[in-house]
Design a protein around this ligand. Structure first.
Ligand code: ATP
Length: 215
């Protein structure tokens, strides 16, 4: 294992709901990069996709339940507290203000990386953070010309090199490929199936208690 580094990893998503695909990827990235401050950022109003099914407060509560036993993983709820759409570029700018020159590591699954050029002011992202792209089943790298051009301007590197500077590098990380998605879990619940073992039992108990994701 790599020695602990002074860097902040940021993993955004709708987490509607959080599942073991997210959690295992987060855990493996934190370990591979030696990061002890790994923050999951639930999106408030996601600008580039349909509204979430569960309310922000429920998505945050489910994340807190999932992360409670894991001190190195935490929830950063600034996007759900902010009025209006959640733009990652604004989130990164606010975290950059608080963190000085620390390396910021923006973690995205391969499917999200492929569509990064649909994000608000996406060209600014490498100025604010490094990009860590995590493998995901059924998602191979597929970039638009513009995205490929910006990615090739960032230096591809091994994990240790991410710690040399605050932002601007790209690192591709292999994580255990778990073919789990929130969509599938929502479908299972809506059709009366049991999604146990795809997500933490504490999260499933919360979903049942609050009757979330029913048809
Ligand atoms: P939905 O099915 O509602 O689109 P999702 O399962 O894709 O949800 P999101 O909250 O949209 O989850 O994803 C947040 C981030 O987590 C994205 O960067 C996505 O690529 C990544 N991610 C989600 N599931 C996995 C997985 N099984 N393995 C690796 N990365 C994942």
């Amino acid at each position: 294992m790599m020695t602990q580094s002074n860097a902040i990893a940021l993993f955004g998503g709708t987490f509607d709901p959080i599942h073991y695909g997210h959690l295992r990827a987060a855990s493996e990235v934190a370990e591979q990069l030696g990061v002890s401050d790994f923050r999951m950022l639930p999106a408030g109003q996601p600008p580039h996709r349909p509204p979430t099914q569960a309310r922000a407060r429920d998505r945050v509560a489910m994340l807190e339940l999932a992360l409670a036993p894991h001190a190195d993983l935490s929830v950063d709820d600034r996007e759900v507290l902010r009025e209006g759409p959640s733009y990652m570029v604004d989130t990164l700018a606010s975290i950059r203000e608080e963190s000085g020159d620390l390396p910021l590591l923006l973690c995205v699954g391969q499917d999200a990386a492929n569509h990064l050029d649909s994000w608000h002011q996406w060209r600014r992202l490498p100025e604010l953070a490094h990009l860590v792209i995590m493998t995901r089943p059924h998602s191979e790298p597929s970039y638009s010309e513009q995205l490929a051009a910006v990615f090739s301007g960032c230096t591809a590197c091994a994990p240790a090199q991410l710690m040399d500077r605050p932002a601007g590098r790209i690192c591709q990380l292999e994580v255990t490929r778990l073919a789990i998605s929130s969509t599938h879990i929502r479908q299972q619940l809506a059709s009366g199936h049991d999604p146990r073992f795809l997500l933490p039992s504490t999260v499933l108990a919360y979903i049942r208690k609050h009757a979330l994701y029913q048809a």
